[in-house]
Design a protein around this ligand. Structure first.
Ligand SMILES: [Zn+2]
Ligand SMILES: [Zn+2]
Length: 152
């Protein structure tokens, strides 16, 4: 990957990482545990060896969502960052936490027994940009954006 595509982090910037290897097995997981863990309809994850992710600022806090599964997230802002079946050399990280998330493309959907029934129809919904739907006064009244930039 090039152009900063190998770095990422949480929304507030307290936790930042760099991938030392090309991720593999990019996938969408619709399982109920991933839905809860990300607070969204599904998780988008890809895999690296735990040794190939370097935590360049802070470290994720962890929640053992099962006895042998650790989910890492930023303790300050809550961004979901990792999923690790302990003892396994495959560390899943959240694709959307990358600074350039579009570069890692999922090629399979798993956990489809829990897939929300409206997921497949998303592509048919009307589309608007954020700019389209945001009233002019909201754009100025929201206050300073505290999201960390998509780079270190
Ligand atoms: Zn954070
Ligand atoms: Zn899952």
């Amino acid at each position: 990957m090039t152009g900063g595509g190998n770095t990422g982090g949480c929304q507030c910037g307290a936790v930042r990482y760099r991938l030392m290897a090309q991720p593999s097995d990019a996938h969408i997981c619709h399982c109920r545990m991933c839905q809860k863990a990300v607070g969204g309809p599904f998780a988008a994850l890809a895999v690296v060896n735990p040794d190939d992710i370097e935590w360049t600022r802070g470290k994720p806090a962890v929640f053992n969502s099962s006895e042998n599964v650790q989910r890492g997230f930023c303790a300050k802002c809550g961004t979901p960052l990792t999923y690790h079946y302990l003892g396994n050399d495959r560390l899943n990280f959240s694709i959307a936490s990358l600074d350039a998330p579009g570069q890692v493309v999922p090629d399979i959907q798993i956990g489809i027994e829990s897939r929300l029934p409206w997921c497949a129809a998303l592509a048919n919904l009307p589309e608007r940009t954020t700019d389209d739907i945001m009233p002019e006064d909201k754009k100025t009244n929201m206050g300073k954006n505290r999201q960390h930039a998509d780079h270190d």
